[in-house]
Design a protein around this ligand. Structure first.
Ligand code: SF4
Ligand code: SF4
Length: 375
């Protein structure tokens, strides 16, 4: 075992291999507050990569309604039950990670779902936390709540899938940090399926191999964002490159959201994988639930997000989500305009800080009709 530094849990931890960060790390920010669970991302991925035989129950991208939704069934609860008490002392995690809690003879604390756990991709969809009487309105945030959690592989800095593979079939690309399964080496032992705490490796019974999200690497190589990003109806996603905290640059959009403003947080950082998909937490959900999901940074993240309307830099950067098909390595705001820039500082796209609002009169004199969407 090696000792590696995991900045998300604020301490060093045991890992099977020494720290070996890629030249650049592919990463993403998802703004949960904007997701409408249209599942366009799920279908964009499915029709691109997993429409073949043997891939029927494979959802490299899925969107589940929390707190009751989960795919595969109870992927999160099953592990949380097995882990020790997960406590934090300010920004440092004092519990054990899945590597540190591994049983004797195992590299990772994991569990393997059975076939039926994959049978209900939309379980719990739109179920809220309490009973709402027939005819009553749902008033957020005071009554009951739910929210949508879009999930892909996190292309973790310390992947559990990679360390668990007895064949050495899983590798992390040094040029972009994308984690892939070598289909020629894989023999389908499903150790990775058991080890990944996010359950983002899937077994294909026809090929006898494990398969997973590839971050649309052919698109990344062409400087384009993945399919689930560019097809997102809610414009909740932004793909880019993430630095370690000490190398963070304010003109890198992901660094700005994750390190500078700290409004985007990792999913279950206590597992210890340093996942590279970050979430802006939903502002209407009770803090205790969110802290278990995203760690102790939740209150500050929500506070900053709520103040975004009076914060032109933050508001401006949030406007860039979903505005271009290109990966956005740099950005800048100048007055009322926000620009996405490429590595050389050349403009990719420019958007206004505030969209103009046009109020259409209900009565259209030209066509002599009344148009209104409201009764
Ligand atoms: S999310 Fe799972 S499949 Fe993806 S890199 Fe991390 S451990 Fe591997
Ligand atoms: S396409 Fe975007 S808005 Fe629709 S479910 Fe996926 S992440 Fe949410």
């Amino acid at each position: 075992m090696a000792l590696v530094y995991n900045w998300q849990i604020g301490r060093s931890m045991s890992y099977w291999y020494p720290e070996n960060r890629p030249k650049r790390q592919f990463a993403a920010v998802f703004d949960i507050n904007k997701c409408i669970a249209c599942q366009t991302c799920t279908l964009a991925c499915k029709t691109t990569w997993t429409s073949g035989k043997g891939q029927e129950y494979m959802l490299w991208n899925n969107v589940e309604s929390k707190p009751f939704g989960c795919y595969p069934l109870a992927w999160d609860l099953s592990l949380l039950e097995r882990l020790d008490l997960q406590s934090w002392q300010q920004a440092a995690y004092t519990g054990r990670t899945v590597f540190e809690a591994a049983e004797a003879g195992e590299r990772v604390l994991g569990w393997r779902p059975n076939d039926l756990d994959y049978a209900y991709p939309n379980v719990g969809e739109d179920d809220c936390t309490g009973r709402v009487d027939r005819g009553a309105a749902l008033h957020l945030p005071h009554l009951h709540w739910f929210f949508y959690l879009a999930r892909i592989c996190n292309h973790c800095t310390y992947p559990a899938c990679l360390v668990s593979c007895p064949r050495g079939s899983i590798y992390k690309r040094p040029e972009d940090g994308i984690v892939l399964v070598d289909q020629r080496r894989c023999r389908g032992y499903r150790e990775c399926v058991k080890a990944c705490p996010y359950k983002k490796v899937f077994y294909n019974p026809l090929t006898g191999t494990s398969e997973k999200c590839i971050a649309c690497f052919p698109k990344i190589e062409a400087k384009q964002q993945p399919q689930c990003f560019v097809n997102c109806i809610g414009k909740i996603r932004l793909a880019g490159w993430l630095s370690t905290p000490e190398r963070a640059r304010a003109d890198n959009p992901l660094d700005y959201l994750v390190h500078v403003r700290k409004i985007a947080l990792p999913l279950f950082p206590q597992f210890g994988l340093e996942p590279n998909v970050y979430y802006i937490p939903p502002i209407h959900v009770p803090g205790a639930f969110l802290t278990q999901l995203f760690g102790p940074g939740v209150p500050a993240a929500i506070d900053a997000y709520r103040k975004a309307p009076d914060d032109p830099d933050l508001a401006g950067l949030l406007e860039l989500f979903g505005c271009t098909e290109r990966v956005v390595p740099r950005w800048e705001r100048s007055g009322d305009w926000v620009a996405a820039l490429d590595d050389q500082g050349k403009e990719i796209v420019r958007v206004p800080l505030r969209e103009p609002v046009y109020v259409r009169q209900a009565f259209d004199a030209r066509h002599q009709v009344t148009r209104t969407n409201c009764p």
